[in-house]
Design a protein around this ligand. Structure first.
Ligand code: FAD
Ligand code: FES
Length: 271
């Protein structure tokens, strides 16, 4: 696939996940493009609508799912709002995959913490599926995930079931509960005090809003996590996605090419 050229993809299914997030199951209209599309967990694609614009979106389906891609999109602005108006059978443009990935292949036999805040669950869901697929390769696994309210916790039913079946600890929290919410209330970082991972052999993979990543990382360092075992997926506004326009440049790094996943020790000065 030419990385500069958007390929047409058809929307097969749309699920509303919360008031402002929908998931889109898409398939390239060209069978060969679908067949040859390979990606790693944490990579993203540039999603476009002709005449409207283009935005980076993580792939939330797992890499072993070769028949379709799932994209989980928050209605955050102009392009994403247009995408939210689409229906089954409509087409979008997709180019990629871009960026590096969460280095799961280097984390075997370690304890794993997957931490997500808000729409940051999109790439973490793909990571979790891959961990589950190779569950025997990892020690203790914990997922912590927080959202604003109970109805903003997306994929939570699916996560609960998968974690129960695969010996993974799942800790959920919301900033603000409601009458039916029996779970925890507070920021994701507060869940770190409940971790029972062996920090000397633990790695953390994190995606979420800037402040969430900063506070979770701070807690993990205090708990004894090593800086080079904390991996964060950064968000920066992008244009080309391929290291040419400089739009995502920060402190000598292109988030689109050198990231979006960075080791904390490499980026702590500009996080
Ligand atoms: C690597 C990567 C993966 C992403 N994965 C997902 C995903 O899976 N699902 C999802 O819903 N969103 C994801 N995003 C964020 C998504 O790209 C932005 O929300 C989207 O670009 C908004 O586009 P828009 O044209 O609809 O909004 P705009 O009208 O351009 O902007 C809406 C608001 O969001 C801010 N904004 C726009 N783009 C970004 C950005 N890239 N980073 C931070 N703030 C931004 C703007 O400043 C503005 O406040 C990802 C971003 C990156 C960099
Ligand atoms: S988005 Fe163009 S250089 Fe990264």
């Amino acid at each position: 696939m030419n990385p500069y050229l958007p390929q047409a993809a058809e929307i097969m299914e749309i699920k509303r996940l919360s008031k402002d997030v929908k998931s889109f199951i898409v398939r390239f209209t060209d069978k060969e493009a679908m067949h040859s599309f390979k990606f790693m967990v944490g990579q993203f694609v540039m999603v476009s609508l002709w005449g409207v614009g283009e935005s980076p979106i993580s792939i939330t389906s797992p890499p072993h799912e070769e028949d379709y891609l799932e994209l989980c999109i928050k209605d955050a602005g102009r392009l994403t709002h247009y995408i939210h108006q689409l229906t089954n059978g409509d087409r979008i443009g997709i180019r990629g995959p871009y960026g590096n990935h969460f280095p799961l292949e280097r984390l075997t036999r370690r304890d794993l913490l997957l931490a997500a805040g808000g729409i940051g669950i999109a790439p973490i869901r793909s990571v979790a599926a891959e961990v589950i697929r190779n569950r025997d390769l990892y020690n203790k696994v914990t997922i912590i995930y927080g959202a604003r309210t109970p109805s903003d916790l997306i994929y939570s039913k699916e996560l609960r079931k998968a974690c129960l079946e695969n010996n993974i600890r799942l800790l959920l929290t919301v900033d603000k509960g409601n009458n039916s919410w029996k779970g925890k209330t507070g920021f994701v970082s507060e869940l770190c005090s409940e971790l029972d991972l062996t920090t000397t052999i633990a790695s953390a993979l994190i995606c979420g809003p800037h402040l969430m990543m900063e506070s979770v990382t701070g807690r993990l360092i205090n708990l004894g996590f090593s800086e080079d075992q904390i991996f964060l997926s950064l968000e920066r506004q992008m244009r080309c996605g391929v290291g040419k326009c400089g739009h995502c440049y920060v402190n000598g790094k292109f988030v689109c090419e050198d990231g979006p996943v960075f080791n904390y020790s490499a980026i702590k000065r500009f996080l």
